[in-house]
Design a protein around this ligand. Structure first.
Ligand code: GDP
Length: 367
């Protein structure tokens, strides 16, 4: 005979096998009088939010449940994966609320990047994804940059109402909320979770005052994200972990740059010019002749061109290519989840190759 146990915090079915799944708790804690899942346990005892992801269905159910309530939505995106972290059609899910767009991880950007242009681009990307934003700002939840300004904006726009924090997984939502919790005093024990019957998780609420709270919604997994296609080890390599040092290549047409074996930029036609690469400092960039590129990729992806590794190579979808013709002006070719290349010449034709399913785009350069 088996017996099921539900977490007394959020109501999730308790399980003891999958650490990164909702409801996990170590076997030893099953004997306790009050059984909590690890997420609620950490929240209760350490005031720390843990990262959990849920299915699309549960996400939609939970987020839709706030449709008819009032409040402010704070949508956090990763500035290195805007395409992969914008939640398309968000207003349809959350109803007619003001949406404050927050680009996170700005500590990774070199100082040379023009943040005003970055913000403009963020807003236009949001618009394309069907999201009308009230305001936008940039922060680093890891380093604390911009948090004070964001807190002010939140106060300004919420008008005494609840604040809902939404984002896909890995944008830094937990890091952000944990920072807010640490900054505020007197929050111990007042954090509660509210349980949505039929879903795997509850919302986490951090009271702001007597009448309103900041509510963390669980992150949804976006299948478009590069992270979805590669191994955990590879992900570590491609994710920048400190300020990016731009790598500059003077290229003639007929040359190619490989970014590991995950992406490639062919310089097809144009005068000799600078290609400035903004990627994780640990991601190897390999320059070669365009005529040799296909062979090199076929024979050396997974070793010379890494990541992926030989072990993870089979997970990557086949490469597809888009051609861009730049007549004048400075443009960036953006590989979502990887980085971008600023092309700083007067006209160029390039082809961007990346795994099928990850959308490459072009934007005016921030330089
Ligand atoms: P969540 O899934 O949205 O809750 O994301 P997490 O808060 O767990 O963060 C995902 C990853 O991004 C972790 O490895 C964090 O250390 C990292 N991260 C979060 N915020 C920042 C930031 O502002 N700067 C940098 N460099 N990394 C960050």
């Amino acid at each position: 005979e088996t017996e099921t146990i539900d977490c007394q915090g959020c109501g999730v079915r308790i399980q003891t096998t999958a650490k990164d799944q909702p409801g996990y708790t170590p076997v030893s804690s099953l004997q306790k009088e009050v059984v909590l899942c690890q997420r609620c346990f950490r929240l209760k005892h350490y005031n720390e939010i843990q990262d959990v992801s849920i299915t699309d269905d549960d996400f939609l159910k939970m987020v839709s449940s706030i449709r008819d309530t009032s409040g402010l939505v704070v949508h956090i995106v990763d500035i290195f994966d805007v395409d992969g972290s914008l939640i398309h059609g968000l207003p349809r899910l959350v109803g007619e609320k003001s949406i404050l767009l927050v680009g996170n991880k700005m500590d990774l950007l070199p100082k040379s990047v023009n943040t005003r242009k970055l913000l403009q681009w963020l807003r236009s990307q949001a618009k394309q994804a069907g999201i009308k934003v009230t305001d936008a700002c940039l922060i680093s939840s890891a380093k604390g940059h911009g948090i004070a300004e964001l807190s002010e904006k939140i106060e300004q726009y919420r008008q005494g109402d609840n604040v809902y924090i939404v984002g896909t997984t890995n944008v830094g939502k937990s890091t952000f909320i944990n920072r807010l919790i640490k900054q505020s005093t007197g929050f111990s024990e007042v954090i509660t979770t509210s349980y949505f019957p039929g879903t795997t998780l509850g919302f986490i609420e951090i009271p702001l005052d007597d009448r309103s709270a900041l509510i963390d919604t669980p992150g949804i997994v976006n299948k478009q994200q590069m992270a979805h296609y590669i191994s955990g080890e590879d992900l570590k390599l491609i994710t920048p972990n400190k300020e990016i040092k731009p790598r500059i290549y003077q290229l003639n047409d007929g040359q190619t740059l490989f970014f590991g074996g995950l992406a490639r930029l062919d310089f097809i036609k144009g005068d000799k010019q600078s290609f400035v690469c903004y990627f994780s400092n640990q991601l190897p960039i390999h320059r070669t002749k365009l005529e040799k590129a296909d062979d090199l990729f076929a024979n050396h992806c997974g070793e010379l061109l890494t990541p992926p590794t030989e072990a993870s190579i089979d997970q990557i979808p086949p490469m597809i290519s888009d051609t861009f013709r730049i007549k004048e002006g400075k443009y960036d070719i953006v590989f979502p989840g990887l980085g971008w290349v600023s092309i700083l010449g007067e006209g160029a034709t390039v082809a961007a190759n990346r795994p099928k399913g990850v959308a490459v785009s072009i934007r005016q350069s921030f330089n």
